[in-house]
Design a protein. Structure first.
Length: 234
């Protein structure tokens, strides 16, 4: 069994959707493949999920992936897309392109800003954080978090950016469950002997995440080196 593909530290956690606790009818990639570029990296994190949860996030993840690309290039026109997956999605779904185009605003200084549907963005951030917590810690977080935040990296102050990028490195006073991936990463055991924290890079430039147990549980995510997400539980 490849430990990078399975939640293996505690069998009691098997048999449940990591998002709702229901029966695991399928498996889900965390992050969604839409948020990554082809060719996909090997050994993508995979968690157990029910069909409803697996399917219900798809449109929101497509929306977020397209929104990030549109915000980076400044247009919701398909031909302006940097990513092939976004180009195809916008060409296929004209209503999505129009919806994203409606997010554009000019601020008081004449600069283009984007006003996303925050509920959808937060829903994806929470889904991803739950998946990473289950995969790394073998501890599904089915209860509501204390907070869910999602902001472009460039709006963070220098101090905020430093704290975010540090991701609690060197501050943890507790160790994760023995046998979990986070435990093996922390103690440098195989297959993570060459891993250097705090960030786990799924695909360079596209997606990375970090787990912090210093004070409760915090999952941080960066998508496209543009959007910074932070989800916190007690």
């Amino acid at each position: 069994m490849d430990p990078r593909h399975h939640i293996f530290s505690d069998e009691r956690l098997a048999g449940h959707c990591v998002y709702c606790g229901g029966p695991p009818e399928t498996r889900d990639h965390v992050p969604s493949r839409f948020l990554l570029d082809d060719p996909l990296p090997g050994n993508l994190p995979v968690v157990e999920a029910c069909v409803n949860c697996n399917q219900s996030f798809s449109l929101d993840e497509e929306y977020l992936g397209c929104l990030i690309d549109c915000a980076m290039v400044g247009t919701a026109t398909p031909s302006g897309s940097q990513r092939e997956k976004v180009l195809r999605a916008l060409e296929r779904n004209s209503s999505l392109a129009a919806r994203l185009d409606g997010c554009k605003r000019m601020d008081g200084h004449g600069a283009l800003v984007w006003m996303p549907e925050e509920e959808r963005v937060h829903r994806v951030a929470l889904k991803l954080a739950r998946g990473h917590a289950a995969f790394e810690l073998s501890e599904p977080q089915l209860h509501e978090p204390l907070s869910v935040q999602a902001r472009p990296l460039r709006v963070l102050s220098q101090e905020q950016r430093t704290v975010f990028e540090n991701a609690g490195a060197g501050q943890a006073e507790v160790w994760p469950e023995i046998g979990s991936r986070s435990f093996l990463r922390a103690c440098g055991a195989r297959p993570f002997e060459n891993w250097q924290g705090p960030w786990i890079v799924v695909q360079p430039g596209r997606y990375r995440y970090a787990i912090d147990l210093a004070d409760g549980l915090v999952v941080q995510i960066v998508i496209g080196e543009y959007l910074a997400c932070r989800v916190e539980w007690e």
